[in-house]
Ligand binder design. Structure first.
Ligand SMILES: CC(C)(COP(=O)(O)OP(=O)(O)OC[C@H]1O[C@@H](n2cnc3c(N)ncnc32)[C@H](O)[C@@H]1OP(=O)(O)O)[C@@H](O)C(=O)NCCC(=O)NCCSC(=O)CCS(=O)O
Ligand SMILES: Cc1cc2nc3c(=O)[nH]c(=O)nc-3n(C[C@H](O)[C@H](O)[C@H](O)COP(=O)(O)OP(=O)(O)OC[C@H]3O[C@@H](n4cnc5c(N)ncnc54)[C@H](O)[C@@H]3O)c2cc1C
Length: 405
């Protein structure tokens, strides 16, 4: 892992995103939370403003924006509305960046057209029995002539029922039933055999469906298999390597929520008076604010460093270790910052009428989704030690020398 330089921030882009969030997003955020309805109106405006698919290379109609640029936009959206920020993450990172890195021209044309028009792709990895243990997935794709037949169940899929582009991780088997490895299979909403079978009643992030997707003999033509350079054998490693971009994006959403909560808290402590003085005059609260600001800056810098980094061996994606460290730190710090912001509001912070109450529910997710803080710590420890750390019972940690024997 090498810590690269963070390029100069595109301040014009950040200002444009902030203005967009202030004008179009902030006035809608409470309603989106309460209605639990996907904000199609905002999606349309995001697409018009060029925030969807901005990371797509210019030859495919995007702006060729960097992951760091995307993070600047995501933070501004997250200050106002978590759901909007997550749409921007998935409209630029995760599945779409995987397709733009590994896809055929036809796949890139298909996905970029949909995303530039506002689609937020769905990345389908988790299953009811395979969360942290993602390689233990059961969903399988069987080769049948010029197509693959996909069967299985995915769970907690963000955007289930609203996303058009689906990147489905599945165990690939050849015609004779031999296991080839885990591969990525592309499908579109409305295809026969792809349906949402349940929506999860979530604690937060309410305007975007988290759903169970069931694949029943879903037919994926061979030319819709996403072929990473190492083939099926290296399929999982290369697909999850691309996912490092979304880990940075998810951490940035958490950090942006915290930044928004801190802004609310700063305004409130100057307004609210107790003991005949603004509560901002109490040193106990000043030191809380100082810690909140310090943690926020540290999280932001780690995320920007991770977004600007690249993994080993010519990877196009953020370094896995930096991405994991940034997501661990940002998600945990942000939960604490938002909770402290809520504390500064006293009883008002516990009311559904206070935006920080929504933020506290929203931010709680980010130590879970996208790789839990515990699983990411194992990745970081593995990199620090230079060991493989298999988590399956009976498999001992493998130091490099032992691995070579
Ligand atoms: C990776 C895990 C699933 C653990 O599984 P295994 O123990 O079976 O696998 P490993 O041997 O650790 O890894 C296999 C292979 O992949 C390489 N790898 C693993 N992680 C990365 C990474 N982040 N970047 C690059 N490469 C990676 C690893 O080095 C191995 O390659 P070699 O064979 O050694 O060459 C588990 O650790 C894990 O990550 N679980 C979390 C699953 C997850 O993140 N799910 C996210 C679902 S999408 C989502 O939640 C969206 C929410 S949001 O973004 O808002
Ligand atoms: C709002 C939300 C959106 C999501 N969106 C998506 C999506 O779009 N696509 C998708 O594929 N998935 C998505 N997920 C799923 C997410 O990736 C998983 O929740 C996550 O990977 C953890 O899996 P799990 O929930 O099954 O927890 P489990 O793996 O069952 O873990 C339970 C607990 O055990 C701990 N644990 C497990 N294994 C270990 C270990 N080896 N060492 C230490 N601790 C361990 C975990 O950290 C956790 O605390 C989403 C989840 C949420 C909450």
């Amino acid at each position: 892992m090498t810590l690269g330089t963070i390029p100069a921030l595109n301040l014009e882009l950040r200002a444009r995103a902030a203005e967009f969030a202030r004008t179009h997003v902030a006035p809608r955020s409470a309603e989106i939370d309460q209605s639990r309805e996907y904000p199609w109106d905002i999606v349309e405006k995001l697409a018009e403003a060029g925030f969807m698919g901005m990371s797509i290379p210019t030859e495919w109609g995007g702006k060729g924006a960097s992951f760091l640029d995307v993070c600047l936009v995501v933070e501004e959206m997250a200050k106002a509305c978590t759901v909007t920020a997550r749409i921007v993450v998935e409209g630029n990172m995760g599945a779409i960046s995987t397709i733009m890195a590994y896809g055929s021209d036809a796949q890139k044309a298909w996905a970029s057209k949909l995303v530039l028009a506002g689609d937020k792709p769905a990345i389908c990895i988790t299953e009811p029995e395979a969360g942290s243990d993602a390689t233990g997935m059961h969903t399988r794709a069987d080769k049948r002539g010029d197509r693959w037949v996909v069967n299985g169940v995915k769970h907690w899929i963000t955007g289930a029922s609203v996303s058009k582009v689906h990147l489905i991780f599945a165990r690939a088997h050849d015609e004779r039933g031999n296991f080839l490895g885990i591969g990525g299979f592309l499908a579109e909403r409305g295809q026969k055999g792809l349906e949402m079978t349940r929506r999860e009643p979530t604690m937060g992030l309410c305007g975007i469906p988290e759903g169970e997707l069931t694949f029943t003999n879903l037919e994926v033509p061979d030319d819709m298999v996403l072929r990473a350079p190492g083939g099926f054998e290296r399929g999982f490693a290369q697909l999850i390597n691309a996912y490092n971009s979304q880990r940075v994006g998810a951490g940035t959403v958490a950090m942006g929520i915290a930044a928004g909560a801190l802004d609310h808290a700063l305004a409130w402590v100057k307004e609210r008076e107790q003991f005949g003085r603004p509560i901002a005059e109490f040193q106990g609260l000043q030191w809380m604010l100082a810690d909140m600001g310090t943690q926020l800056t540290a999280a932001r810098l780690m995320l920007h460093a991770a977004a600007s980094s690249r993994g080993p061996n010519g990877s196009l994606f953020p370094d896995p270790e930096l991405a994991a460290q940034a997501k661990i730190f940002a998600s945990e710090a942000s939960i604490k910052i938002v909770n402290d912001a809520l504390q500064l509001f006293g009883a008002r912070g516990y009311s559904r009428n206070c935006p920080v109450e929504r933020m506290a529910r929203d931010v709680r997710m980010f130590t879970i989704g996208g790789g839990t803080a515990q699983v990411l710590r194992t990745l970081v420890a593995s990199k620090l030690l230079g060991w493989k750390l298999p988590q399956t019972r009976g498999e001992a940690p493998l130091a490099p020398r032992a691995a070579a024997e």
